[in-house]
Design a protein around this ligand. Structure first.
Ligand code: COA
Length: 178
């Protein structure tokens, strides 16, 4: 469990696999930049994903919840962790759109970043972001991530090929900024 002033990041419980969670994955605004959009999102698929990934040490993932009322508003995942290189990708979504723009993504990224460097002793964190996803890029930048490259026409989005930004944060940069 990871805590900040406004957020608790905790393991997902079966009770989190709600119709609300399902509705996030089927909401075009939320799923626009998520790989989940390519798969049919049903309750069975959600439950099966949870069963298969709940205890996966290479892909720890957390429910992002509000301290004030415990509300589950999205998820954040660290993985896959490449232990030989001591690096991992970080990805997230805030499914509850009423919570967008309130700094929750930035706060959640900061919690997992600090945990990954302090507790897991990872040496590098990365993020892949569809070009145009300014909110996500900004949330990572606010946590010290920098643009390291642009993968040109890397992915399909809305029927067109789009670039993907690769952002990264070495542990040494995090240390010198802390
Ligand atoms: C992208 C996303 C994670 C941002 O979450 P959030 O909680 O709204 O982000 P924050 O409130 O921490 O905002 C971070 C910064 O980005 C800015 N921002 C947020 N959304 C923005 C948008 N759509 N356009 C431009 N800037 C935006 C915020 O103003 C803030 O910058 P500031 O502090 O300089 O003002 C959220 O919109 C989301 O989950 N979207 C759908 C899924 C997704 O895209 N996930 C990321 C995949 S890499």
């Amino acid at each position: 469990m990871l805590n900040s002033k406004r957020l608790v990041l905790r393991a997902l419980h079966p009770s989190d696999l709600s119709t609300q969670y399902l509705s996030w994955l089927n909401d075009g605004d939320v799923s626009r930049y998520l790989e989940t959009r390519f798969l049919p999102q049903t309750m069975e698929a959600l439950q099966s994903y949870w069963q298969n990934h709940r205890d996966d040490p290479a892909n720890p993932w957390f429910a992002i919840c509000l301290v004030e009322d415990g509300r589950h508003i999205g998820n954040i995942k660290l993985g896959p962790i490449q232990w030989l290189h001591r690096r991992a990708d970080l990805s997230l979504f805030i499914g509850d759109k009423s919570c967008w723009g309130l700094g929750y993504a930035s706060e959640a990224i900061g919690l997992v970043r600090d945990w990954a460097f302090r507790e897991l002793d990872l040496q590098k964190l990365n993020a892949g972001i569809y070009a145009g996803n300014i909110g996500s890029r900004r949330a990572f930048e606010k946590n010290g991530f920098e643009l390291e490259g642009t993968l040109r026409q890397e992915a399909v989005s809305d029927g067109s090929r789009v670039d993907v930004w690769r952002m990264g944060l070495p542990r040494s940069s995090w240390l010198s900024a802390s």
